[in-house]
Design a binder for this molecule. Structure first.
Ligand code: NAD
Ligand code: WQD
Length: 346
């Protein structure tokens, strides 16, 4: 087998939040990276920063501005090098937006993945790491969540992830040679410890950590806690927050262990530890030194009460385990937010 130094990976959506962190980890491990991204929800500055952090030039970290729904754009990305694998992040990810504009989601996420798979077939690439989500479990059967539990998405966004998982299983079953990791992420937060790359949401953040950090930096007055009357110890919902660099390392582990996958296999990527909304507020206050005022508002429609991963399969199959704590997630997210208060536009 060739050394990572000789191997090229196509990264769809590599300018985005998780993609940019994964590119850093892959480049540091010796992979050559070709990013294809339409910059729909990201900035090319992220690619410049990935190159700056890793010392990679535009050859080792190539960028193709293009859309995965366009076969010609994909062909340009595959033409850059002899790709051994694809890591597929590109897609839209906001639950509320998916309710209002379901066709965007089916088009970018499902349609985009069909085009990508056709391009992989044209270029003879059969190894794929896909960004799935814990959202596929809907209201989970129990916690911690294992991969064998019932799936049932509750939004058009979640359904696109389930449809893609099933489509990938069908494709992998239809011809030999496919090795597909369906990585079900829990709640990625934090940033690269340099503070040079991080999450840069457009408009009002939907998710807890970016909202808290915008309060800490003074862009927003206060946090609204979406309900404190849930059946949990402090009444707020519980999630499995996961450092984005741990998550990025999960993709490297999936590529390193892809020969253990026969067909399409779902694997949870989480810490196995649940934290409440108020746990995150307290950790963020300690990390930022800011008061982070909050008010309690009504419950958010469709919120799952408690969800955290059983990460055993990831350890056994991929040799991967998250190591970074909630305090590190907050400290690193804050470094990014404080030094880039307006994100990449700062
Ligand atoms: P992100 O929006 O920062 O990154 C997605 C990238 O894909 C963006 O750079 C965007 O410009 C690009 N993109 C979108 N549609 C495209 C298209 N048609 N062609 C080319 N590029 C396109 O999101 P992220 O948080 O980095 O998420 C990456 C993936 O992980 C997504 O598939 C998302 O659904 C999944 N995921 C994210 C989370 C999370 O909480 N962030 C959790 C679970 C799963
Ligand atoms: C966490 C908790 C909120 C904001 C998202 C995606 C889901 C999947 C995982 C992609 C909840 C509460 C939030 C605020 C709050 N991602 N909250 N005030 O709910 O797990 O879902 O991440 O696949 O699809 O939707 O994460 O960060 O939105 O919320 O009280 O201003 O924080 O109600 O209890 P969630 P989140």
């Amino acid at each position: 087998m060739s050394e990572p130094e000789d191997r090229t990976v196509v990264v769809t959506g590599g300018a985005g939040y998780i993609g940019s962190h994964t590119c850093v980890v892959l480049l540091e491990a010796g992979w050559r990276v070709v990013v294809i991204d339409n910059l729909d929800n990201s900035s090319e500055v992220a690619i410049d920063r990935v190159r700056e952090l890793t010392g990679a030039d535009a050859d080792r970290c190539a960028f193709v501005e293009g859309d995965i729904r366009e076969p010609a754009d994909l062909d340009r990305a595959f033409a850059v090098g002899d790709a051994a694998a694809v890591v597929h992040f590109a897609g839209r990810k906001a639950v509320g937006e998916s309710v209002d504009h379901p066709l965007w989601y089916y088009d970018h996420n499902v349609g985009g993945t069909v085009c990508l798979l056709e391009a992989m077939q044209r270029h003879g690439v059969r190894d794929l790491v896909f960004s799935s989500s814990c959202t596929v479990y809907g209201e989970p059967e129990g916690v911690p969540i294992t991969e064998g539990m019932r799936v049932g998405a509750q939004s058009p966004y979640g359904r696109t992830k389930l449809i893609i998982e099933e489509m990938l299983a069908d494709v992998a079953a239809s011809e030999p040679g496919w090795r597909v990791a369906l990585l079900r992420y829990f709640n990625p937060v934090g940033a690269h410890p340099s503070g040079r790359i991080g999450e840069d949401p457009v408009g009002i953040p939907n998710n807890l950590m970016p909202y808290i950090m915008q309060v800490a930096v003074g862009r927003r007055d206060h946090l609204t806690v979406n309900g404190d009357d849930y059946p949990t110890p402090d009444g707020t919902c519980i999630r499995d927050y996961l450092h984005v660099v741990d998550l990025a390392e999960g993709h490297l582990a999936a590529l390193d262990h892809i020969d253990r996958l026969d067909g399409a296999i779902a694997v949870n990527l989480g810490t196995g530890v649940g934290s409440s909304v108020l746990d995150v507020v307290h950790a963020a206050r300690a990390a930022t030194g800011q008061p982070i005022p909050y008010e309690v508002g009504p419950r958010r429609a469709g919120d799952v009460v408690a969800a955290w991963a059983d990460p055993t399969a990831a350890a056994e199959l991929l040799g991967w385990r998250a190591t970074r704590t909630l305090d590190e997630m907050c400290a690193d997210h804050w470094r990014w937010q404080a030094t880039n208060p307006a994100g990449y536009a700062s």
